[in-house]
Design a protein around this ligand. Structure first.
Ligand SMILES: [Fe+2]
Length: 294
């Protein structure tokens, strides 16, 4: 029995072949603030944490690692013992990242590097004064080889809960807190980022963010539309490296004690329980880009 419990997505660490462009995107477009630059690596914050985004120079692009915060009920040594007891290797990393003095590193069944930490420095740099200024880093969607094992890993080992899925095989949504999803795992024969998502205040913020993107020459690829699973109003665009970024608002709020989502006027079934959906847009809008195949 494992009782390791993740309660939030802390950060995503990106490899970037053009790190100065990615840093420019995160500072000037998104409005993030730089907290530290060390060994060529840039750490950026959404207001409080030492980092929520890390840009690591590399010859490749994509994700270097994902950081998840644990509830702190177990020490990192106890976490390692529990993982070891079910045959999962992990490494305790000391001073591996500024802002996090200790974390446990392991590979999920899809091959992603996962960094588990209990504490992160909070320099409280505040919000920027220009750019999109999302409320927070909300979720990660990734294509996963070993799709079934990967879902089981996040659910049975790291304490996530299944919420919804689209189709039988396309993707599964998992949460580790009250939000409809913190992870969206998409079946594939390769592992890579599908999109990274940031929460906005409201629909007005959504439109303003699209205006900011347009002024900076960044096209909206898909949206705005209300999703089926999660009911978030979403738009998607490319960051400086071509990674897909979602901006969303009005995501469903999960009540684990009742296994339902807080009722909303746009829900077609009440009470709304975790379920299987078909299609991506609850408005039936069709876009030129197939979001299922980005
Ligand atoms: Fe998303």
């Amino acid at each position: 029995m494992v009782n390791v419990k993740v309660f939030r997505l802390g950060y995503a660490d990106f490899f970037s072949p053009v790190p100065e462009k990615m840093v420019n995107y995160y500072t000037n477009t998104m409005g993030y603030r730089i907290t530290e630059e060390k060994d060529g690596i840039t750490y950026l914050s959404n207001g409080v944490d030492h980092h929520n985004i890390v840009i690591t120079p590399s010859i490749q692009k994509g994700i270097r690692s994902y950081g998840y915060q644990l509830d702190g009920q177990l020490s990192l040594e106890e976490v390692q013992e529990q993982l070891h007891s079910i045959g999962i290797d992990s490494r305790l990393i000391i001073d591996g990242k500024p802002g996090i003095s200790r974390f446990v590193e392991l590979n999920d069944p899809a091959g992603n590097i996962v960094e588990l930490f209990t504490e992160m420095g909070q320099p409280v740099v505040g919000f920027g004064t220009s750019g999109i200024l999302p409320l927070k880093l909300g979720h990660i969607a990734f294509y996963a080889k070993n799709f079934v094992e990967t879902i089981e890993f996040y659910r049975d080992v790291l304490g996530f809960t299944f919420t919804d899925k689209i189709g039988e095989e396309f993707c599964n949504f998992l949460t580790c807190n009250y939000e409809h999803h913190v992870l969206n795992i998409v079946a594939s024969n390769e592992t890579r980022l599908h999109h990274i998502a940031y929460q906005l205040r409201d629909a007005g913020h959504q439109y303003a963010s699209s205006d900011i993107l347009a002024r900076q020459g960044l096209s909206v690829l898909w949206g705005p539309s209300r999703h089926t699973a999660g009911h978030n109003i979403a738009t998607y665009h490319h960051d400086a490296d071509g990674n897909v970024v979602e901006l969303y608002t009005e995501m469903d709020v999960y009540i684990p004690e009742l296994d339902i989502f807080e009722p909303r006027p746009w829900h077609q079934k009440l009470p709304l329980k975790p379920r299987k959906w078909e299609g991506l847009s609850s408005w039936g809008t069709e876009f030129e880009v197939d979001l299922a195949k980005i």
